[in-house]
Ligand binder design. Structure first.
Ligand code: GAR
Length: 214
């Protein structure tokens, strides 16, 4: 069984979806540790309540991003995980992490990349009256929200307010992220050189692209 470490900063609803899917053996893996840079992240409570080890590395206690990442790197090495999953982890990682764990770290981002890297993606979709919105799942590289894409999920916008849009995006994340993690844990998706390999999944494009009615 594969070992997963999940990094969070906040509510941890994606973490919860992953834990739930591991518990019913949909994902053939175990979440062995949850790491947060934020002591008050609700995701820490979620992990504790089901007996998963938690580690807080408070970024405010480090003088630089490099020093924070040196500590995070050490702790990640100790976990010896097969897969490191960023699930609402709101820190930019330096090359110490992105290079040394390349191919082992994945991220979920709430936009159809390369549109809207960074923050406030939902606001930008609404401001620009975009007719579609969605999420991206990608391997993490040194480029912010720029690593090789694994999958995207798309929804049609419907003139809704931001709360409803965020809720729909979360629902989509909770479906697609566990599905992709399942494929990675089953060795159906992996990275070779800089290319994502889809072993037996054969997406029609360069990565998996799905349209959702949510
Ligand atoms: C998710 O929507 C995720 O896509 C986003 O943070 C949220 C975390 O929610 N991640 C980013 O914006 C990363 N750039 P959660 O804590 O409830 O899983």
């Amino acid at each position: 069984m594969k070992k997963i470490v999940v990094l969070i900063s906040g509510s941890g609803s994606n973490l919860q979806a992953i834990i739930d899917k591991c518990n019913i053996n949909y994902i053939n893996a175990e979440v062995i540790c949850v790491i947060s840079n934020n002591l008050n992240a609700f995701g820490i409570e979620r992990a504790k309540s089901v007996g998963i080890k938690t580690i807080v590395i408070n970024h405010k206690e480090f003088q630089s991003r490099e020093l924070f990442d040196t500590e995070l790197y050490k702790i990640l090495l100790e976990q010896n995980a097969d897969l490191i999953v960023l699930a609402g982890f709101m820190r930019i990682l330096t090359e110490k992490i992105t290079n040394n764990f390349f191919g082992k770290i994945i991220n979920i981002h709430p936009s159809l990349l390369p549109k809207y890297p960074g923050l406030n993606t939902h606001e930008q979709v609404l401001e620009n009256n975009d007719s579609i919105h969605g999420i991206s799942i990608h391997y993490v590289s040194s480029e912010l929200d720029g690593g090789p894409l694994i999958a995207q999920g798309e929804i049609k916008t419907a003139n809704e307010n931001i709360d409803i849009l965020v809720e729909r995006i979360h629902k989509l994340e909770h479906e697609l992220y566990p599905e992709i993690i399942k494929y990675i844990c089953d060795d159906k998706i992996f990275i070779d050189q800089n290319r994502v390999i889809f072993n037996g999944l054969n997406p029609s494009g360069k990565f998996i692209y799905k349209k959702y009615e949510i």
